[in-house]
Ligand binder design. Structure first.
Ligand SMILES: *Cc1c(COP(=O)(O)O)cnc(C)c1O
Length: 384
């Protein structure tokens, strides 16, 4: 088969509301952190059910400041999954701590609680579970380990806004939850991120840290209510969100449930149709979670991945790979001495993984094209 028009791997869905809001912001003269960031934060707390939300310039910053605000630094160890994007572990190194990887589960592709327990040492201070593809981790088990060992839990929920764990939205299950609003994510502000938390103390710390350690937000300082006086109470960073980014977020978050229901409808077609293919494995959805389907990963049992992606491209369908595991990246090998064989399940999954297109801008017809293309390619493989 061959598509008439190529199907991109991913496209954001920006509507007229976002465009009008952006124009309004540009005309208002308030481009940096201001009233729209505040409004977006209010919508985030309302959506997730968390008490506080602090909007930042990325999820990387959200993870970074959560570690700083939790007092994690030199000599500490932080446990996370090797099956993730670079930022999850890079930020651990940025604060001076050591990333310690725990292997994943074979059905959810999420960090394994048993492996976390094995990795805990006297130096362990925190766990960063990653909700891979939008399937929540086993937060009951993670929470239990954290409580027993007195560890902070910071969720990498870059894929998981709108996902649910035991009927509760991701966002208030642990000490801090970090979201991404990068261009490809389930909702976008172009670039952006946020931390949600139920701790007022943590939220206040994050608000200071995102603006140089200043004791109040700049927008309050320059508003009529504020004063010219400010104090630097600690050595902070510059990782705030802007009103331009929040202009998109304010409307994207209102559309999020609809986006996710379309993702779930398409994922159901993939699950049903691709589930019949003997040559591939799909990710499970555990009964106590609601998957947000940021990604639709398949594992090719025998077919060559490079060849598969190339054949899909020739048909007119772009695919992607999530992720090349961190422990096999040159920097991590060189710095920590990791080698192939260290995390066998991560390697088994990451060696065979292909992410199929899945986003609300696709039409149902596109989804069927993907199904038929996968079937065509894999059938060829069984009858060479
Ligand atoms: C996208 C992503 C991030 C980083 O998000 P940014 O907002 O781009 O910083 C972190 N973790 C995971 C798992 C991601 O996929």
């Amino acid at each position: 088969m061959k598509r008439e028009t190529p199907l991109p791997y991913c496209l954001p869905w920006i509507g007229e509301e976002e465009i009008q809001e952006m124009i309004d912001t540009l005309k208002s003269g308030w481009l940096s952190i201001g009233p729209k960031v505040k409004k977006f934060e209010d919508l985030l707390t309302e959506y997730t059910g968390a008490k506080y939300a602090v909007a930042l310039n990325s999820c990387t910053s959200a993870l970074h400041l959560s570690l700083v605000a939790s007092g994690i630094g030199k000599g500490d160890e932080v446990i996370t999954s090797p099956f993730t994007f670079a930022s999850t572990a890079n930020v651990i190194i940025h604060v001076g701590a050591k990333p310690v990887f725990a292997d994943i589960e074979q059905d959810t592709f999420n960090i394994s609680p048993e492996k976390i327990e094995e990795a805990v040492t006297k130096k362990t201070k925190a766990i960063i579970p990653v909700h891979y593809a939008g399937h929540p981790c086993n937060m009951t088990a993670v929470g239990k380990i954290a409580q027993e060992k007195d560890l902070t839990v910071i969720e990498d929920a870059a894929h998981a806004i709108g996902a649910e764990y035991e009927n509760k939205k991701i966002g208030s299950l642990s000490d801090a939850t970090c979201f991404s609003f990068y261009a490809t994510k389930n909702m976008t502000t172009g670039e952006g991120g946020a931390v949600t938390t139920d701790s007022e103390e943590l939220a206040n710390k994050l608000r200071r840290l995102r603006l140089h350690g200043m004791d109040r937000d700049a927008w309050k300082r320059y508003s009529m209510k504020g004063s010219w006086y400010y104090e630097i109470s600690e050595c902070g960073y510059k990782e705030n969100m802007t009103d331009m980014q929040a202009s998109l977020g304010i409307h994207q978050i209102k559309k999020l449930d609809n986006f996710i229901s379309i993702r779930r409808k398409y994922a159901e077609i993939y699950n049903k149709e691709l589930g019949k293919c003997n040559d591939l494995v799909t990710q499970c959805e555990k009964p106590n979670v609601k998957h947000s389907y940021y990604l639709y990963p398949i594992l090719l049992k025998t077919y060559d991945r490079g060849k598969f992606i190339e054949q899909m491209r020739k048909i007119g369908i772009s695919c992607s790979v999530h992720f090349v595991p961190l422990h096999l990246q040159p920097f991590y090998r060189k710095t920590f001495g990791f080698k192939r064989g260290d995390f066998p399940i991560t390697e088994l999954v990451s060696d065979r993984e292909v992410s199929l297109p899945l986003y609300p801008k696709m039409l149902e017809k596109d989804v069927w094209d993907v199904v038929h293309a996968v079937e065509e390619i894999l059938n060829v493989s069984s009858n060479p």
